[in-house]
Design a protein around this ligand. Structure first.
Ligand code: ZN
Length: 400
C-alpha cells in the first residue's frame, strides 16, 4: 500500500496518513458537528468544534490501537517500519513475521485490548459526567473504541482475530502455513458474506450496506493476497537451490593471462556469464570483471587469472540443499545478481539468479511462464511487479 502523507513519528515509528483520511476528516466533522448541534441546541460553531474534537479522538483511537500492536511487536525484537491510517482503520507494517504462534497471538490481541480498555475508561468517566457536549463526544468515542476492539476480534484475516486464529491453528498443528490458510479462508468467507449481505441491505434501502460491502471487498482482496503469498512461501521453502540452479557459468584455466581473458571472453561474451577458474582439475576461485579492471593494463600480459581469483571459500554461496527462500534473502541482503551453489566437495554445482528462481517457482506452482519472461527477468535483475518475491521472502526470513 502507498504510505501516503507522513505526519510525524510516534515512539520512533513514522506515521503516514492515506489521502482518504482527509475526506473522512471533513465529512465526519460535519456529520458529528451537526448531530451535537441538534442534541444541544448549541451554536453551530461549538457543535462543529465538538465534531472536530471527536474526529481527532477517532484518529487518535486508531493510532493508539496500532501502537498497541507495534510496541508489543517491538518488544519481541521485530522492527515496525511504519503505521499507516487509511479508510478502514490502520496498518502497522512489521518487517518480519513473529517467530512463534505465541508472539503472533500477543501482537494481534494487543490492539483490541488497548481499544477495549480505552472504551472502558471513557464509558466509566461519562457515568460521573453531567450531560454536556464533551460528555457526548466521550460517549461517541467510547462506542467507537468498543467497536474497534470487538470488530477486530472477528476471526478472519486481515482482522486481528484472523491473526489470532492463525496463531491458534499454528500452535495446534505446528504448521504456520495451515494457520495462514485457515485464517485467510475464514477472511474470504466473512468478506464475501459482508459483500452479499451489505449489497442486499443496501438494495432494501439501508445505505450503510454499501459501506459493509466495500469493507467486505477490502477483506476479500486482502485475505486472497495473503493466501496466495503463503502458497508461494510454502513453495519457496520446499524448493531447494539444487532444483533451481542453472549452469550459466564458465570454468577457465587459471593460468590464462589477463590479456587472453579480456580478448577471448570479456569482450566477446555479452552478457558475460559468471567465470570460475580451475587448475589441475580443482576449482581455484571466482573472477569478477571489476577485479580485472583494477589491474593496470600494462600488467595484463604478465598476470594470470590466478592473481585475481577470489577463493570459493570467500564468496557468497549456498549449498544445493538451501531453500529457495533463503537464497532469495541472501541475494537481496547482499544486492547480488546471482549466487553460487557450492557442491559438498567445495566445487561449483551451479548458479542461481532471479530468473532461475521465478522459473523454478512457476514450475512448482504449475503457473504459466514463458522462457522469454525468464530471459527478461535475468537481464533486468528484478522480479515481476506482481510477484514481489524479495518482500515475500523477507517477511519469513526467520521461519525456515
Ligand atoms: Zn488491530
Amino acid at each position: 500500500m502507498q504510505p501516503g502523507l507522513r505526519i510525524g513519528v510516534f515512539f520512533g515509528i513514522p506515521l503516514y496518513i492515506h489521502p482518504s483520511w482527509f475526506y473522512i476528516f471533513v465529512i465526519l466533522t460535519w456529520v458529528y458537528g451537526l448531530r451535537y448541534v441538534s442534541l444541544h441546541r448549541d451554536s453551530g460553531f461549538l457543535g462543529l468544534l465538538a465534531g472536530l474534537l471527536m474526529v481527532i479522538g477517532l484518529f487518535s483511537s486508531v493510532l493508539i490501537h496500532e501502537l498497541g500492536h507495534s510496541l508489543v511487536a517491538r518488544s519481541f525484537g521485530i522492527k515496525v517500519s511504519s503505521i499507516t491510517l487509511f479508510l478502514f482503520g490502520g496498518v502497522a507494517a512489521i518487517e518480519q513475521e513473529p517467530k512463534t504462534p505465541g508472539q503472533t497471538f500477543q501482537i494481534a490481541i494487543a490492539g483490541p485490548t488497548v481499544s477495549v480498555l480505552i472504551a472502558g475508561v471513557l464509558i466509566l468517566m461519562n457515568r460521573f459526567n453531567s450531560r454536556s457536549i464533551i460528555g457526548d463526544v466521550g460517549d461517541t468515542l467510547g462506542g467507537i473504541n468498543l467497536t474497534l476492539g470487538l470488530f477486530n476480534l472477528i476471526p478472519g484475516l486481515p482482522l486481528d482475530g484472523g491473526q489470532m486464529l492463525k496463531a491458534i491453528v499454528w500452535k495446534l498443528t505446528g504448521d504456520r502455513f495451515k494457520g495462514v490458510y485457515w485464517a485467510a479462508t475464514m477472511g474470504l468467507l466473512l468478506g464475501w458474506f459482508a459483500i452479499i449481505f451489505g449489497l442486499w441491505t443496501a438494495l432494501l434501502g439501508e445505505s450503510q450496506g454499501f459501506w459493509m460491502a466495500l469493507l467486505g471487498w477490502f477483506v476479500v482482496q486482502n485475505a486472497g493476497t495473503t493466501k496466495r503469498f503463503a502458497h508461494i512461501q510454502q513453495a519457496l521453502v520446499a524448493i531447494k537451490a539444487g532444483d533451481a540452479m542453472g549452469r550459466e557459468f564458465r570454468v577457465l584455466d587459471a593460468n590464462l593471462t589477463l590479456r587472453q581473458f579480456a580478448d577471448d571472453y570479456v569482450i566477446s561474451e555479452s552478457p558475460s556469464p559468471i567465470y570460475f577458474t580451475a587448475s589441475k582439475g580443482r576449482y581455484v576461485g571466482m573472477i569478477s570483471i571489476e577485479s580485472l579492471r583494477s589491474i593496470e593494463r600494462s600488467q595484463w600480459e604478465s598476470k594470470t587469472l590466478h592473481d585475481i581469483s577470489q577463493p570459493l571459500t570467500e564468496i557468497d554461496g549456498v549449498t544445493e540443499k538451501t531453500s529457495l527462500l533463503l537464497v532469495i534473502n541472501q541475494i537481496e541482503v547482499k544486492s547480488l545478481r546471482r549466487i553460487t551453489v557450492l557442491s559438498p566437495t567445495g566445487g561449483v554445482a551451479g548458479v542461481i539468479d532471479r530468473g532461475d528462481i521465478v522459473r523454478a517457482l512457476a514450475g512448482r506452482l504449475k503457473s504459466r511462464l514463458s522462457e522469454s519472461d525468464v530471459r527478461r527477468i535475468k537481464e533486468e535483475g528484478t522480479y515481476p511487479p506482481d510477484l514481489p518475491l524479495s518482500a515475500i521472502a523477507k517477511a519469513y526470513s526467520d521461519l525456515s
